[in-house]
Ligand binder design. Structure first.
Ligand SMILES: [Zn+2]
Length: 431
């Protein structure tokens, strides 16, 4: 496929106008201002449009689309214990496939090409991601306390099985990590077991970390004064690659620990605001040299998977927190949402428009009135655009979303099945 007459974001962070980008199979094979030698291929006329690398959602729970808007206006612990956990306890295998597809459709629609995702029912999630053609680093959530031998616990067995059966599947669309829900929902034995499992399998860990002040204070009283970062560090969690969601309430030596171990903090600004958890101190993390990426968290606490909106929230919040409107340049925040996300997933072959890179690309329509007149495209992208300006999403060279059409997902069926699942679970909860 050849994108022609299109503006594109080059690998140095500059916008090039009226360019050409060729994709063959999974890779980008030509990038330039001059028309390449003609060949038989599909041509996309990109006049008035921007071609750029797709986004990575660095923290989500995709099947929770079923819980969008369920239990609004509650504090995190009450919301989890009274709404989310009872709802989840009634989820069946058959609910997960279509709920995952709904989340995938929403992500593709908003230009996300890969997600770092923690949930349950990994076999069903994997088949949804593979059938839709989307990249994901999935982890089965280890949650609860485990007496006896952790290696015999279902959470450990399911995590290991997920890795052995699905890591690298779908022609490497799928990667499998080990998921630890959080410090406050697991015991030491579970964390220790999860670390050993990740080390044995040579994979990474995905967890929630220092999301609320209450969590950090609770951890200190439970764990002899240790913060969640210090506690996890003592158990060796950061000896493997880690994506840690939130990191809102870091303090003291937490910063050095995270920087020294190259932990990625996945900031989820909208979820943190909605649950009144606080605002990430990005300036401090940046100064400490900690890699920061951006995630949506689940739609249950967001309530959508719109990355352009997430990026805008991140930028505005951090300008305000830093007290400086010159801070958070467009390319800085795009690097968090694209390059750092791919780096955290250990996918070094994607994330920019250059020959030899994977074609994980999106096209953004710049013709709407909210883009006019054009001053600086990247500023417009962050502050003026809306998620629905994404008109095409391509993953590994395959077009999966084009101008309102999902090419790999039967949306009619997905919407029917999701509605049926929601009704059944709510009926059960009312009994
Ligand atoms: Zn989460």
């Amino acid at each position: 496929m050849l994108f022609k007459n299109i503006s594109y974001l080059d690998e140095y962070g500059n916008i090039q106008s009226n360019g050409y980008v060729r994709v063959e199979n999974r890779n980008i094979t030509y990038v330039g201002k001059d028309a390449p030698v003609q060949q038989q291929e599909e041509v996309f006329d990109g006049y008035g449009k921007l071609l750029m690398p797709g986004f990575v959602n660095s923290h989500s729970h995709t099947p929770m689309t079923l819980m969008r808007g369920y239990g609004e206006g509650m504090v995190l612990s009450k919301w989890l214990n009274e709404c989310i956990f009872p709802f989840e306890a009634r989820l069946l295998q058959e609910d997960i496939y279509h709920a995952t597809l709904l989340g995938i459709a929403e992500m593709m629609r908003f230009g996300i090409v890969s997600t770092t995702d923690m949930y349950y029912f990994i076999p069903k999630m994997t088949s949804a991601f593979i059938s839709a053609g989307m990249k994901a680093s999935l982890s089965h959530t280890i949650v609860g306390t485990f007496g006896g031998d952790f290696t015999r616990c279902p959470a450990c067995i399911d995590s290991k099985k997920a890795f052995l059966n699905y890591n690298g599947s779908g022609d490497d669309l799928i990667r499998i990590d080990i998921g630890i829900h959080a410090e406050y929902t697991t015991d030491e034995k579970a964390v220790w077991g999860a670390v050993n499992l990740a080390k044995d399998l040579k994979t990474g860990i995905h967890l929630h970390l220092s999301e609320t002040k209450e969590e950090v204070e609770g951890c200190k009283s439970r764990r002899k004064g240790l913060t969640p970062v210090q506690y996890f560090n003592r158990l060796g969690v950061f000896d493997v690659p880690v994506v840690a969601a939130h990191g809102v309430w870091l303090e003291g030596e937490d910063y050095d620990i995270l920087a020294n171990h190259q932990v990625t903090i996945a900031s989820c600004p909208k979820s943190n605001l909605k649950l009144a958890s606080g605002v990430l101190d990005y300036g401090k993390l940046r100064k400490a040299g900690i890699r920061v990426a951006i995630g949506t968290d689940s739609v249950a606490s967001n309530n959508n998977l719109n990355m352009l909106e997430e990026i805008k929230f991140f930028s505005l919040l951090q300008k305000n927190r830093l007290g400086d409107p010159t801070e958070i340049k467009p390319m800085e925040v795009l690097d968090l949402a694209i390059g750092n996300g791919f780096a955290a997933q250990r996918r070094t072959d994607s994330g920019n428009i250059a020959v030899g890179k994977r074609a994980d690309l999106i096209v953004v329509d710049m013709s709407g009135p909210h883009w006019q007149p054009e001053h600086q495209i990247l500023n417009h992208l962050i502050y003026s655009s809306v998620g629905s300006d994404v008109v095409l999403t391509m993953i590994d060279g395959q077009i999966v979303y084009n101008n309102g059409e999902y090419l790999t997902i039967d949306m009619e069926q997905v919407l029917f099945e999701v509605k049926a699942s929601k009704s059944r679970i709510l009926d059960e909860l009312r009994k």
